[in-house]
Design a protein around this ligand. Structure first.
Ligand code: GCB
Length: 610
């Protein structure tokens, strides 16, 4: 073994293979930090053969000792008329960031592959010793990042943020960031090749430079003690040059709290603060407090709500009181621009519809959505289910796939762990039971409990029919023993039979846990009317909602639901002309904002359900 390692080191040393760097520790609360936006217009080059990434022997340019001028990340310009350079970012077209590429240019509607983005900028540091980070809210799916011709690293995962420290690489003038974003679907990816949503490519969320002092508030987790809701507890972590033995003051002035902490040898400090005056966060009173962390060089605010979320037998308890989750599922598509959503205005519109429907809960499926919507849910009092993109049939036995899924899960928790609205972390959606899958998801659950012991865990499980009587349904999934909330998707009346089938179906659920149905639904083309038995009519969808709600109410441990889905969304699996036209039509609202009849069925139900 030793000999093998020596040989390996020798080989690595001689070929100077530069391994791709992972991003730096993820900064939280970038909404309240000192930032400079890099949103706006970026130049781009479409590169389906990855010609700017590999040489003609298919070796990556960025792993060569002397990168060739043909490598796009060098942003080389001809020095004399005789120079041969076959690309030019500054002459290339521009595209808006944030934004998917599919809906910005018709040519890129179905494109899956690599696109190179370039942005030039000047930057003056306010103080010489400040640190600067390049932060990308999300880019789907794999990003190679470069600044001023130097590789920063690689990030995998289309829905979570990442950052690189760039302090040493920045100049005052003519900096250039180059991001190669590749949305090719892969077998081993998370998600994998097969989904039911549009594979929007590009830099889909905000890009910014974040400035911090040399030692900075890198991370914190602040929440109520689940056992005693008069105690605010958690930890803060300084990072940077000298995080050890530093004073940090934690202040919540509205509660009269001001506590001095001293970090330990690792830059960490924990706290437990008693307060009997806390107004608890809930959908009716979405109270957020301004929490401030102050060091000698920095003052960082956040807007934080305090609540507990637990289960007791078949009940879900918010602040110790039983609640029902009146929800709906949602994809991250803009009701305004029709591509990927990424603005407060997008979030305001969809969460407004949920409020109008009498809802108090949203399932952000099937991947982490942007931070705007989670923060707005905090402000508006809408409880949130967040989901890792472990969907259908990913490679359960592949250790790289596991590492990737776990990393995306940790990035999601890291970004949103201080948001009171988030009550459920969901591990996966509709994954077929097998030993490998059970092990994979059990490990994810273990990691989640360790990273965040304060929230509930779920997954959209599959349900099964009794062998004796197919009209009796159970949950046999072994994962049911590990989750806090039993969730499953069921499509009786759509994929199985017609809506009458609900009348003869019975749910017998043995597990003594709350049930929150993660999906049910039917496709309807808004404006298409007809008999309630005619597929695609609003009447069929309305009828299915009525029958399904009646059936589900007989499950006596039913404590919530998130029917499929609030708004019609794009999916290449849905080609039926004149009806689908690339849209999954199970929305209660069309992509152009028109409500279908079933919207009112659900609204009437939510207005009376307690
Ligand atoms: C499901 C999936 C969801 C699909 C939906 C459908 O079970 O979880 O992603 O879009 O069914 O419409 O078939």
């Amino acid at each position: 073994m030793k000999k093998f390692l020596l040989v390996l080191l020798f080989v690595l040393g001689h070929h100077t293979i530069i391994r791709s760097q992972a991003p730096d520790a993820l900064l939280i609360n970038t909404h309240n930090r000192k930032t400079t936006t890099l949103n706006g217009s970026w130049h781009y080059i479409v590169d389906p053969y990855e010609n700017g990434y590999y040489n003609y022997r298919y070796e990556p340019f960025d792993q060569q000792k002397q990168p060739s001028a043909n490598a796009y990340f060098t942003n080389t310009k001809p020095q004399s008329p005789s120079d041969l350079i076959e690309y030019n970012f500054d002459e290339a077209n521009t595209i808006q960031v944030p934004g998917d590429w599919n809906t910005q240019t018709e040519k890129l509607y179905y494109y899956e592959g690599s696109i190179w983005y370039k942005k030039s900028f000047d930057y003056t540091k306010a103080k010489d010793d400040n640190k600067v980070f390049l932060y990308v809210g999300a880019a789907n799916y794999k990003t190679e990042a470069y600044l001023n011709g130097k590789k920063l690293g690689t990030h995998i995962g289309g829905f979570t943020p990442f950052n690189f420290e760039v302090t040493q690489l920045l100049k005052e003038k003519d900096n250039f960031i180059i991001l190669k974003v590749d949305n090719k679907r892969t077998k081993e990816g998370v998600p994998t090749l097969n989904t039911d949503w549009w594979n929007y490519g590009g830099i889909t969320r905000d890009v910014k430079l974040i400035k911090t002092p040399p030692t900075y508030v890198g991370d914190y987790f602040i929440h109520l003690d689940n056992e005693d809701n008069t105690i605010i507890t958690g930890e803060i972590n300084l990072l940077g040059e000298a995080p050890q033995e530093r004073k940090v003051t934690l202040e919540i002035s509205e509660l009269g709290i001001k506590k001095n902490l001293i970090t330990d040898a690792l830059g960490k400090a924990t706290f437990q603060i008693k307060s009997r005056k806390i107004e608890y966060w809930s959908p009716r009173t979405p109270k957020l407090y301004t929490v401030t962390f102050t060091t000698d060089d920095e003052e960082l605010h956040d807007q934080i709500g305090f609540r507990t979320i637990t289960t007791r037998n078949r009940d879900i308890l918010l602040n110790g009181v039983p609640i029902v989750l009146k929800g709906i599922s949602l994809h991250e598509e803009s009701p305004i621009t029709k591509g990927r959503a990424n603005s407060r205005a997008d979030a305001k519109k969809v969460l407004g519809w949920i409020k109008e429907m009498g809802g108090n809960y949203v399932r952000l499926s099937h991947y982490p959505h942007n931070e705007h919507i989670v923060r707005l849910a905090d402000e508006m009092g809408i409880m949130v289910w967040e989901e890792n993109p472990v969907y259908w049939t990913i490679q359960w036995s592949n250790p790289d796939t596991y590492a990737n899924a776990e990393n995306q899960l940790k990035e999601m928790i890291q970004r949103d762990k201080n948001r009171a609205a988030v009550i459920i972390w969901s591990m996966a959606n509709e994954t077929p039971v097998s030993d490998a899958r059970n092990n994979f998801l059990s490990s994810l659950i273990k990691t989640t409990r360790k990273t965040d012991p304060t929230r509930l865990i779920s997954a959209a499980l599959e349900q099964s029919s009794s062998e004796i009587n197919p009209n009796i349904k159970h949950i046999d999934d072994p994962l049911a023993n590990l989750v806090d909330i039993l969730s499953f998707n069921q499509y009786l009346g759509w994929y199985v039979g017609t809506p009458e089938i609900c009348k003869i179906t019975k749910w017998e659920i043995d597990q003594n846990k709350p049930v929150v149905i993660s999906e049910f639904g039917a496709g309807a083309k808004q404006g298409l009317h007809g008999d309630k038995n005619a597929r695609w009519t609003e009447e069929y969808q309305e009828y299915l909602y009525m029958e399904t709600l009646e059936m589900l109410q007989k499950i006596d441990q039913l404590r919530g639901m998130s029917p499929w889905i609030l708004v019609d969304f794009r999916s290449p699996r849905r080609p039926l002309p004149k009806i689908q036209d690339d849209y999954n039509r199970k929305g209660l609202i069309s992509e152009d904002g028109k409500k279908k009849k079933a919207f009112w069925v659900l609204k009437n139900f939510y207005n009376t359900w307690e």
